[in-house]
Design a protein around this ligand. Structure first.
Ligand SMILES: *Cc1c(COP(=O)(O)O)cnc(C)c1O
Length: 468
C-alpha cells in the first residue's frame, strides 16, 4: 500500500506577529512626542555631539529580546536628538537650512504611517497622480512645456545623476544612429557647479569641460568665447547651468547658456536644487529666464520649497527619453509596464522602489496655496538683504558680493579660521544661531543663509553683533 505524502503543516511560532499588532500605548506616546515637537513655537537648535557619551548611552541596546519602547524613545529624545542640529530652526544660517511647513511635516507622517510607495501607476495611481500634479505646478512655475514629466528623488545629487545619465545615453544613441564610435563623453560645467555634478560625472564615467568664469556666473558670452574655434567638442553631450549656487546663491545666465546648447545639440541641465524656488519671487523671476528651455531641471523641495527630507523634484522636458534609459526590466515587473504609454516614477531615475516622497509638498501646496510659498521665499530674500545692509554698515565687515538669492558672503577684516570658529561656537553655545564659515577664492569668509520664514531681524542682529 502506498501512502499519499502529507501536506506540509507549518509549525507556527506562537507570537510571530507580536511586532505587528496594534499597540495603542506606543501609538499614543510616540504621537504625543511628535505633537510636542510640532507644537513647539521655536524648536531648539540643539548642538554638537559628545560621541563617547552617545556610545555609552546606546551600548547594548539591540538585543535578542528587545526593550520597552519607552526606554528606547528616552535614549532618542534625551540623548540622540540633542546632537542632531535642527535644520528647521529659524536660527539655522548655515549649509542650506530646511524649513518644512507644518502641513508638509504632518503629511510626511501620513506617508510614513501607510508606508506609501510611489513606484508605478499600476500599484499606486493615486500617489502618482498627486505627485504629478505638484510636478506640473513646478513645471508651470519654470514655464516648461506640456508633456514635461518627472519624479521626486531623494535629493539634488540623485536628481543630477539621474538626469546626466539620460543626457549621456541620449547622446550615445544619437551617435550610434549616426554610425559614430562610442567614445567617452564630456559635460560642460562652470567652476562653480555643485560637488554632486563632479560625483555624477565620476559615476557615469564622463569628464568635465570646465569653463572658468570671470564673475562666478556662467554666461552664454563667456561660454561662447571659451569654445570658439575649437573642433574637439563632438564628445560633449551636455551643459550644466546652476540656478543658485550653494555657496553664494549665484544664478547662471541660463538663457545664454541654453542658446549655445541648442546651437550645439547639447542637453541643457539646470541645477536649481537650492535656488529654483527663487522663481516664485516676481522681482527676480527674470534671472531664471531660459529655464523653460531646459531638458532637465532639479529643484529640492527639502530646501527652499519648505518640505521635509528627503525630496528633490527632477523634471524632464521629454520624460520618454528618461524612460528609455532608466526603466528596469524583469519578468516580475511586466505587469507594471503593461501600458506602453504609461510613464512610471520608477522609470525616470536610477531607482525602482521609492517612497511617495512628493506627497508632503503636494498636501502643503494644496492647503497653503502658492501665494504663501511666494511670501515665504520673499521673506528669505528680505532677510538676506537686511543682513547685507547690516554688514555693509559694520565698520569691520565687507560684502564679498551683493546677494542674488538668500546667501550672504562677507569678510570680517582681521579674522581667520580661529576667529570664525569662535564666532560659530559662541553663537551655538548660547543657542542664538548656528553659523559656519566658508571659502571664497582661497579665503576664509563668513557665510549666512536665510531660508526660514520665522527668522527675525533680531535674530540676524544677534549674529552680526557677534562680529564686533
Ligand atoms: C544642495 C545642492 C545639491 C545637492 O542636493 P542634495 O539634496 O543635497 O543631494 C546639488 N546642487 C545644488 C546647487 C545644491 O544646492
Amino acid at each position: 500500500m502506498t501512502h499519499e505524502p502529507l501536506p506540509f503543516v507549518p509549525s507556527l511560532p506562537i507570537d510571530a506577529d507580536r511586532m505587528h499588532r496594534a499597540d495603542p500605548d506606543m501609538v499614543e506616546v510616540i504621537l504625543g512626542y511628535v505633537a510636542d515637537r510640532l507644537l513647539t513655537p521655536e524648536v531648539p537648535l540643539d548642538g554638537l555631539a559628545d560621541r563617547e557619551h552617545l556610545d555609552t548611552v546606546i551600548a547594548g541596546l539591540i538585543t535578542d529580546e528587545g526593550h520597552d519602547f519607552r526606554k528606547v524613545l528616552d535614549v532618542y529624545a534625551n540623548h540622540l536628538a540633542l546632537t542632531v542640529l535642527s535644520a528647521d530652526s529659524p536660527r539655522m544660517f548655515t549649509f542650506i537650512p530646511s524649513a518644512p511647513t507644518k502641513a508638509s511635516l504632518l503629511f510626511d507622517m501620513v506617508v510614513s504611517a501607510a508606508s506609501l510607495q510611489g513606484i508605478s501607476w499600476f500599484e499606486a495611481a493615486g500617489a502618482v497622480m498627486a505627485e504629478n500634479q505638484v510636478l506640473r505646478t513646478l513645471a508651470d512655475i519654470a514655464g516648461m512645456p506640456e508633456g514635461t514629466g518627472g519624479v521626486f528623488v531623494s535629493g539634488g545629487s540623485a536628481g543630477n545623476l539621474s538626469a546626466l545619465v539620460v543626457a549621456r545615453d541620449t547622446h550615445r544613441r544619437r551617435r550610434a544612429d549616426a554610425g559614430l564610435p562610442d567614445v567617452p563623453l564630456r559635460v560642460v560645467v562652470s567652476d562653480q557647479a555643485h560637488s554632486s555634478i563632479k560625483n555624477a560625472l565620476n559615476i557615469t564615467m564622463m569628464s568635465a569641460l570646465v569653463i572658468d568664469t570671470s564673475d562666478s556666473v556662467l554666461t552664454g558670452e563667456e561660454l561662447r568665447a571659451a569654445i570658439a574655434g575649437r573642433d574637439d567638442l563632438e564628445d560633449v553631450c551636455a551643459v550644466v547651468a546652476t540656478a543658485g549656487t550653494t555657496n553664494a546663491g549665484i544664478i547662471d545666465d541660463i538663457a545664454g547658456v541654453g542658446e549655445v546648447a541648442r546651437e550645439r545639440g547639447w542637453w541643457l541641465h539646470v541645477d536649481g536644487a537650492y535656488g529654483g524656488a527663487g522663481m516664485l519671487a516676481p522681482e527676480i523671476r527674470h534671472r531664471y529666464d531660459g529655464i523653460e528651455h531646459a531638458d532637465s531641471v532639479v529643484m529640492d523641495p527639502h530646501k527652499w520649497w519648505f518640505a521635509p527630507f528627503d525630496s528633490a523634484a527632477l523634471l524632464y522636458r521629454d520624460p520618454r527619453l528618461a524612460k528609455a534609459v532608466h526603466t528596469q526590466d524583469a519578468s516580475y515587473l511586466d505587469v507594471i509596464h503593461e501600458h506602453e504609454s504609461d510613464i512610471n516614477p520608477s522609470d525616470l531615475a536610477y531607482h525602482l522602489t521609492r517612497r511617495a516622497r512628493g506627497l508632503p509638498l503636494w498636501f502643503s501646496m494644496a492647503v497653503n496655496g502658492i501665494g504663501a510659498y511666494r511670501e515665504a521665499v520673499q521673506h528669505s530674500l528680505e532677510m538676506a538683504r537686511y543682513a547685507a545692509a547690516r554688514l555693509v554698515a559694520h565698520p569691520e565687515c565687507e560684502l564679498i558680493r551683493e546677494p542674488d538669492l538668500s546667501v550672504v558672503l562677507f569678510r570680517r577684516h582681521g579674522w581667520g579660521h580661529d576667529e570664525y570658529e569662535a564666532w560659530s561656537r559662541g553663537l551655538l553655545e548660547s543657542q542664538r544661531a548656528f553659523v559656519t564659515s566658508s571659502g571664497w577664492d582661497g579665503e576664509i569668509v563668513g557665510r549666512l543663509v536665510f531660508l526660514h520664514p520665522a527668522t527675525t531681524t533680531e535674530m540676524v542682529d544677534e549674529v552680526i553683533a557677534a562680529l564686533d
